[in-house]
Design a protein around this ligand. Structure first.
Ligand code: GLU
Length: 340
């Protein structure tokens, strides 16, 4: 009898602590908790002086390094912001995500796996050796060879139509018409011989699906699309919401397309530090040398930071720190599970 009542009270204790930890988990993402997390992250990192603007694209060196804004948008369309979330930077590599998503949507997941590849290369984002070693295979749409191959694969009868398609999908993800930063585009277009070499090498291996010069030009223009932290958060929130934009309510791509897109972001989103990023946050993400970084918490929210100074791997220093801080505070790492 004593034994039964002891095991009953143990059961109650267990249920109580499980309910409590569930509650703590739910509380971690209330509007107040989100606001606090954004404020704290902003104040903690606003005066950080580490990192340096990219300068291999000359115009990027001229961007104000003090721009720093955090935006978080939930899958039900609630917008939380802190700092400068309206100043624009060029989207750069973050664009690779949205062109990839559109190509998966148009061609199917298997075609992208077969024609481009979906494996991490283990090499730098603009490595020519990576292409050469695998004869154009085993690359993915988030490194330059795969991204230029994606621009070549996107539907459109000619270069202008392909470009319109790319700009449209970016605008759809951002829930507003986006435009190109002219000086950044001109600056990179006059200096993108390496990317042109990559496109030609892919052509030699039968893995370029349009004129290589024009495909590289479309890709370069796509990298020069201007975005704010709020735009990037809206784009991330659309991925978090299975391809329906929570701000415009418009369906942009299918949940299956998002599922495959997020997988590639998990393995190759932050250049050579993709593994370290995933180890700490558990979230698919993508950075660009313009200083933007977005991360997707599936089913919950998209978060983005713009801050141009980069670390040695090419990722925004403040963006990595601020997003990691918020994810931690909100207990939003999907691999963090309370045992039943
Ligand atoms: N347009 C840049 C390039 O191709 C993008 C680089 C990046 O953001 O990683 O070099």
């Amino acid at each position: 009898m004593k034994q039964t009542s002891r095991s009953h009270s143990r059961l109650w204790l267990f249920l109580l602590s499980a309910a409590l930890s569930l509650c703590l988990f739910a509380q971690a993402q209330t509007p107040k908790a989100i606001e606090d997390a954004l404020n704290e992250a902003y104040n903690k990192f606003r005066n950080l002086k580490e990192g340096k603007n990219a300068d291999y694209i000359k115009e990027l060196a001229n961007v104000d390094p003090e721009i720093f804004g955090i935006a978080l948008i939930t899958t039900d369309g609630k917008v939380y912001t802190k700092g400068d979330v309206t100043s624009m930077v060029s989207i750069q590599s973050v664009s690779k995500v949205f062109t990839m998503a559109k190509v998966i949507e148009e061609q199917g997941a298997q075609a992208v796996q077969d024609k481009i590849g979906v494996d991490a290369t283990g090499m730098r984002f603009n490595s020519i050796v990576a292409v050469e070693l695998q004869k154009g295979k085993e690359i993915n749409p988030l490194v330059n060879p795969g991204a230029i191959a994606s621009s070549s694969l996107i539907s459109g009868a000619d270069s202008a139509a392909k470009w319109r398609n790319i700009l449209q999908v970016h605008s759809d993800f951002a829930a507003r018409p986006l435009t190109v930063n002219g000086p950044v585009y001109i600056s990179e277009a006059g200096d993108n011989l390496r990317n042109q070499a990559i496109a030609h090498l892919l052509l030699a291996y039968g893995r370029m699906y349009f004129d290589p010069v024009q495909a590289t030009d479309i890709y370069t223009k796509q990298c020069a699309i201007n975005v704010s932290a709020k735009d990037l958060a809206t784009m991330a929130a659309t991925l978090a919401n299975g391809g329906v934009n929570p701000v415009s309510k418009k369906k942009i791509v299918s949940p299956e397309t998002v599922m495959h897109t997020l997988a590639v972001m998990s393995t190759a989103g932050l250049y050579d530090n993709s593994g370290i990023w995933l180890y700490h946050t558990g979230l698919p993400a993508k950075s660009g040398v313009g200083g933007g970084l977005l991360a997707v918490c599936p089913g919950k929210f998209g978060i983005a930071v713009v801050s141009p100074p980069l670390d040695a791997a090419g990722n925004s220093v403040k963006a990595q720190k601020a997003i990691s801080y918020v994810i931690d505070k909100l207990k939003a790492n999907p691999y963090l599970v309370q045992p039943k």
